[in-house]
Design a protein. Structure first.
Length: 141
């Protein structure tokens, strides 16, 4: 007798191997996505800091916010010569202030206009930074 085809055991082994490989791929992809979101957060903090430095150069102060505000939404979605504004501001230093790529947010605080802090929370470790990360005129901490 000449049998052609696969046995049930052979099929189960192949399905188990495919399941194992797909599980490993999903786990690896999750950490890559996390690192990508963190890298974007750091890039956003640097970009916002640069726009704030340009604002400071022109106005001799940073935009004031007595309490921490969420950037990228509402009246803090754009940065122009008069400070933060809603979307569509003219002559903008930053036409669209970015928001957090995940479920968190970027918070801005500048009580007296002489300095500022922008805070974001990282999911992992990037460039030696982890957890709550703060951008100031001096850089990232």
């Amino acid at each position: 007798m000449n049998k052609k085809g696969f046995t049930l055991i052979e099929l189960l082994v192949v399905i188990a191997i495919i399941g194992l490989l797909s599980t490993l791929a999903v786990v690896a992809l999750g950490s890559v996505r996390e690192k990508g979101r963190d890298t974007k957060r750091l890039a956003d903090l640097k970009q916002i800091s640069t726009a704030l430095e340009l604002y400071n150069t022109e106005n001799s102060a940073f935009p004031t916010a007595a309490a921490a505000v969420t950037l990228g939404a509402g009246n803090f979605a754009c940065l122009n010569a008069s400070g933060f504004a809603a979307t569509g501001c003219t002559d903008a230093f930053m036409a669209i202030v970015p928001s957090d790529p995940g479920t968190g947010s970027y918070t801005y605080l500048s009580a007296d206009g002489t300095t500022f802090t922008i805070t974001a929370t990282l999911e992992g470790i990037v460039e030696g930074l982890e957890g709550e990360t703060t951008a100031t005129p001096g850089g990232l901490q």
